[in-house]
Each structure stands twice: as C-alpha cells, then as structure tokens.
Design a protein around this ligand. Structure first.
Ligand code: NAP
Length: 399
C-alpha cells in the first residue's frame, strides 16, 4: 500500500519497525531516520530481507529544513514520530511543508520547561486542515490505547461516562536498583512534576506522588499506585461526553521511589544547566548518560504490565461500571521483537495508528487526538498485532 518514514531509532522505534514489517501489506516500504544512523542501520540489519523494503537515513529532527529535504527525498505517505517530544513541532512543520500525514506518541514539551500540554500542537489544527493532511496525536499506550478504550466505552457501553480511572501497572523486574523503562529524561521529568486530576470542569494540582492508593491488578496482584498528571486527561476532558472526573495512576516500587528522592534531593533531576569543568551541562541529561539504556533492559526484565481504564457512568438510566485492560509479558515481548513491554506497548499502537491513517480509515484533514476517531478498527488491530484486551463489568474500584 505505501511508505512510512520512522523518525527515531530508540526502544519504541525498534518495536514500530518490527510491527511495520509484520504488516507489510500496509507498510510496503519504511525508512528509519534518526540522529545516530548506526542505530537505524542496526535495526535494518535485524529485519532486512522480508516483504517490507527498509532504508535508513541520518537526520537532526530539530532542524526543519533537514527534515523537509529528507521527506522530499523519501516521499513517504506518513511520518511516524518516535523520537522525543521535543521534536514534535519541527516534525509537524516539515509535514505541513511537504503535505504528508503525521503520527506521534507523546505531546510536545519544550526542552527547557518540564511542562507538557496539547496547546502547541492544537495550534496547528487550521493549517493541517487547509493542507488536507492528518495529524494523529498520542498513538502510544498511554496516551493512545487508553484513549481508544475511552472512545470504545463511550461508543458501546455508556450513554454518559462520569469518571475514568486510568491504571498503569508495571510489575516487571529488571534486576537494577534504579532504571527507567523508557527514555530516562522524559520519564523522570514526568514523575517529578506535580500530579493533577480532573474534577467538575477543572484540573486540580497535587504535590508530586502525594496521593497513593493500592489496587489488585488482574494477573499481577496488589500494587501501590500513585496519582500523576498525564497528557491524555487534557483531551479526554474535552472529548468524553458528561465526564466529571479523570484520574491517572501509575505503580512505583519502593526502591525506584527512594532512589528518585535521593537523586532529586542532590539536584541530579534538575533541567537547569550548571557549569562543570568549563562546560554547561544539564544534570538530568548527565544522569540519563549513566543510567541503563532502556533498550538494554529487554533481556533482563521479567514480569508483566497491566494498563487499562475503569469507567463509571450510566446506560439506559442505570449505573454501569466497565474495566478494559491489556496484560503484556516482558519476556514474551523480548522473544518476539527483542524489547521489553514498555517499548512494545507503545510501538504496537504507533504502528496501528499509522496504518489507520494510511488505509484511509482514520484519514481526516486536521489535528486530532486518538479518541476522536472510530475505535473499532483499532481495537480489532490490537488483538491482531499482540495487545489483546480483556473486559470486566464488575471490577474493584479505587476510593
Ligand atoms: N504514549 C506512550 O505510551 C509512550 C510510552 C513510552 C514512550 N513514549 C514516547 O516514545 C518516544 C520514544 O521513546 P523511546 O523510549 O524510544 O526513547 P529513546 O530510546 O530515547 O529513543 C529516542 C530516539 O530519538 C532519537 N532522537 C532524539 N533526538 C533526536 C533528534 N534531534 N533528531 C533525530 N533523532 C533524535 C534518539 O537518537 P539517538 O539514538 O541519537 O539518541 C533515539 O534514537 C518518546 O517521545 C516517548 O515519550 C510514549
């Protein structure tokens, strides 16, 4: 059917490349482009020789003219952005200039301010509409699948959804005292920021990790969960009819939290540049350099993730509760694509989102969050491409 340009060659990109190759009817050709071309070449070497033709290229995705030149050379039908959130706007600018569709998995965040919001990307709505191209925002797991779950619940099970609890559990053990499962800089910025939840039309900020609960997850068991701010709450608050409350919860182990507190207390998680031996360095970027590369955790990580949403609302005048979730096994992912479940659960939906746009199912000019499209073909594709989901109509609830 067509050609995709994949930007980034990290943990998530590795899964996207594998999954595009498994879906070669849609992805006849892919080009993997990133800052470090040797990482693109290594991915090509792993997967070359199948039905999907693979090429590689070097690109600095902070540079719009370099991106435009690459897109003009490769002539893709879609750009899949699995670099970092800092590059979202430059890649969207290049897509606009070349009239090519766009998909990403994380919303834009300025490098010098630890604050992610959709306002910067939503500002492109009119320009994408006028150019006749689609931007699909947040096609990972959370955001991504959690938002598709919300659209599915709204479409099939509720007249009105009143509350959503998004539950992200990782019971994987990599054997390190401290490591992050995706890009450490992005991960630490996210978890050290203030928490927030949506209630009665507004967001309420909380101190980082100050709200804790416990949840007994199917196939994983009881885990401590902490309330965090997360980007999909911003768009779900606008797109889910009748919504009154949205919370996002993530599991953290005691060792992770203790290490994070110490690193924070000594200034290692700061994004303020400091002078070190005559050079300006950002402490968090230095920390990233000494932590294990998330892409290297695959062979060591054992256990499962469970990510899903609990919805409460009404159907035909009666109260209803619905829980939909996916369980993913780190070792199974490693066997299949050579990476742990966090990259897997992000890379599979990134490929599916791109295929929805490429096949025309979700092709609509403008900038959209993923819950704005028909969830059904995406839900089917999750079952087909390795992220099957489970349902319950009587789950345990969080206070
Ligand atoms: N929605 C979700 O559920 C979810 C979950 C996890 C992650 N994510 C998102 O997925 C994305 C990828 O995460 P990851 O764990 O794969 O990160 P990663 O392993 O750090 O990979 C990032 C890749 O982007 C490349 N890159 C960085 N800056 C670049 C630039 N200026 N030009 C070209 N390439 C550049 C890096 O190149 P080098 O190799 O040269 O460093 C690296 O290959 C992130 O945006 C993350 O926030 C989303």
């Amino acid at each position: 059917m067509g050609k995709a340009l994949i930007i980034g060659a990290g943990g998530v990109a590795g899964v996207v490349v594998h999954k595009c190759c498994q879906n070669s009817e849609v992805f006849e050709e892919i080009c993997i482009a990133s800052r470090t071309v040797s990482k693109c070449d290594a991915l090509k070497a792993k997967l070359d020789g199948g039905k999907t033709k693979i090429t590689t290229a070097q690109v600095d995705a902070n540079n719009v003219s370099e991106l435009i030149a690459l897109i003009e050379k490769v002539k893709p039908d879609i750009v899949i952005n699995v670099a970092l959130p800092y590059q979202d706007l430059t890649i969207m600018d290049a897509c606009l200039a070349t009239k090519v569709d766009y998909v990403d998995t994380a919303n834009y965040e300025p490098e010098d301010t630890a604050k992610f919001e959709y306002k910067w990307q939503w500002a492109y709505r009119d320009r994408f509409k006028e150019a006749g191209i689609t931007a699909l925002l947040g096609s990972g797991f959370d955001p991504g699948v959690t938002s598709v779950f919300s659209a599915y619940a709204q479409k099939h099970y509720f007249d009105e959804i009143h509350s959503i609890d998004i539950l992200d559990a990782n019971a994987g053990d990599h054997g390190y005292a401290f490591a992050t499962n995706f890009n450490p800089e992005i991960n630490i910025r996210e978890v050290t920021a203030n928490g927030s939840y949506f209630e009665n039309g507004k967001f309420i900020e909380t101190e980082p990790m100050s709200i804790k609960s416990v949840y007994d997850f199917p196939q994983i068991g009881e885990k401590d969960i902490y309330l965090l701010h997360h980007e999909e709450m911003e768009s779900l608050a606008l797109n889910i009819k009748g919504i009154k409350k949205i919370r996002f919860w993530m599991t953290f182990g005691q060792s992770y939290l203790t290490h994070l507190k110490v690193l924070e207390n000594v200034g290692m998680t700061s994004i303020e540049p400091i002078e070190f031996e005559g050079k300006q360095i950002v402490p968090l970027q230095f920390l990233k350099a000494v932590l294990p590369d998330p892409a290297s955790l695959g062979p060591r990580t054992k256990g499962k993730t469970n990510i899903g949403c609990i919805f409460q609302g009404v159907k035909d005048g009666k109260p209803r509760t619905y829980y939909v979730y996916n369980v993913c096994d780190h070792q199974e992912c490693y066997k299949e694509v050579g990476s742990q479940a966090i990259s897997y659960t992000t890379g599979v939906p990134a490929m599916i989102g791109a295929s929805m746009v490429m096949t025309g199912k979700w092709k609509r000019p403008g900038v959209f969050n993923i819950e704005e499209f028909d969830p059904d073909p995406f839900m089917d594709a999750l079952n087909k491409f390795g992220l099957p989901w489970h349902e319950s109509f009587a789950p345990a609830l969080i206070d």
